[in-house]
Write a protein that binds this ligand. Structure first.
Ligand code: MF3
Ligand code: CO
Ligand code: CO
Length: 269
C-alpha cells in the first residue's frame, strides 16, 4: 500500500475538522471521568455527541480489520494494565484508576484520531509519572516532524526518551497514516534507528501514539479479541495525536479548547 498525500486545501481542511471534533469529544467527556462512572456510560455519551451534535460517525463501531471480530463500541477505554483497545463495559471506574480514552471521528469522509490519559480521582505518584512521561514521549516524536526527517528518527526520539527513564515501549502496535481510511500507510513505530525508514514530505498525515509500560514491554490479547494488556500486569499509558507534515514542520490536527498544553521543550510557532 502506498502513502496517500493530502495536499489539496479541501483535504487538509477536512482533516482539520475531523481532528478537532475528535479532540472535542475528549473535552466533553473530561468532567464525566470520575469515580463511579462506567466506561459504558462514557461510550454512550461519546456516541451520542458524535452522532447527534457533531453529525459524524464513531469510526471504531463495527470496525473490523482482517483477523478481528467487529469492534462493539464507539470509543476505546483502556484501564490501568490495559495497553490499548479496551472495550467499554459496565464496571465503574474507581479512585486511582488511570484510563486512556481513544476517540476516532469520521466527518465528511475524513478521520481524526486522538487519545488522552485520565486519572480517576487521586492518582498515585507512579501513575501520574507514567501518564506525564508518556505525554512527553508523544511530543518528543511530534517535535521531530518536518520534511526530510525519517520515520526512524521519530521512533528513536520516543524510544530513547522513554527507556532512559526506565520505562518500556510496546512494539506490536504503532501509529499510522490516516485520512479517508482509519488505518493507512505508513506504520509509525515508536522505536527505531535514526536515518531509517520513510522520509517525511509535506502532505503526509499520520498519528503518533506511543504505548508506554511501567514494567516490561511484552503484551498479550484478552479473549474478547481486542483488549491488549501488559503481560506482567504493570501499568500502561498512551497518548495520541494526528499530525500533518507541513512545508516547515508540523501541524497537530487533533487540538481543541481542552487539549493539554504541549511540554515546555516544544517550540511555540
Ligand atoms: N483508535 C485506535 C488507533 O489509535 C484504533 C482503535 S481500533 C478499534 O489506531 F476498533 F478498537 F476502535
Ligand atoms: Co490511531
Ligand atoms: Co486512536
Amino acid at each position: 500500500m502506498a502513502i496517500t498525500l493530502k495536499t489539496q486545501a479541501a483535504e487538509i481542511e477536512g482533516m482539520r475538522i475531523a481532528g478537532r471534533l475528535a479532540s472535542e469529544v475528549l473535552d466533553m467527556l473530561t468532567p464525566h471521568v470520575k469515580p463511579g462512572v462506567s466506561t459504558e456510560q462514557l461510550d454512550q455519551l461519546a456516541h451520542n455527541h458524535i452522532v447527534n451534535v457533531q453529525q459524524g460517525i464513531p469510526a471504531p463501531l463495527n470496525y473490523q480489520p482482517p483477523g478481528y471480530v467487529p469492534y462493539p463500541k464507539s470509543i476505546c477505554t483502556s484501564i490501568n494494565h490495559q495497553v490499548c483497545h479496551g472495550i467499554p463495559n459496565a464496571k465503574p471506574l474507581k479512585n486511582g484508576d488511570i484510563v486512556n480514552i481513544d476517540v476516532t471521528v469520521i466527518k465528511d469522509g475524513w478521520h481524526g484520531d486522538t487519545s488522552r490519559m485520565f486519572i480517576v480521582g487521586e492518582g498515585s505518584i507512579a501513575a501520574k509519572r507514567l501518564c506525564a512521561l508518556t505525554y512527553e514521549s508523544m511530543w518528543k516524536g511530534i517535535a521531530k516532524v518536518k520534511p526530510g526527517v525519517r520515520l526512524g528518527d521519530i521512533g528513536h526520539a520516543i524510544q530513547v526518551f522513554t527507556e532512559n527513564q526506565g520505562f518500556s515501549i510496546v512494539r506490536e502496535f504503532c501509529g499510522h497514516g490516516i485520512g479517508a481510511k482509519f488505518h493507512e500507510d505508513p506504520q509509525v513505530l515508536h522505536y527505531g534507528r535514526p536515518g531509517t525508514l520513510e522520509t517525511l514530505v509535506p502532505g503526509m498525515i499520520f498519528t503518533i501514539e506511543p504505548m508506554v509500560n511501567a514494567g516490561r514491554r511484552e503484551i498479550r490479547e484478552l479473549g474478547d479479541g481486542w483488549t491488549i494488556v501488559t503481560k506482567d500486569r504493570s501499568l500502561s499509558a498512551q497518548w495520541e495525536h494526528t499530525v500533518l507534515v507541513t512545508e516547515n514542520g508540523y501541524e497537530v490536527l487533533t487540538l481543541s479548547a481542552g487539549s493539554p498544553q504541549p511540554p515546555a521543550f516544544v517550540a511555540t510557532v
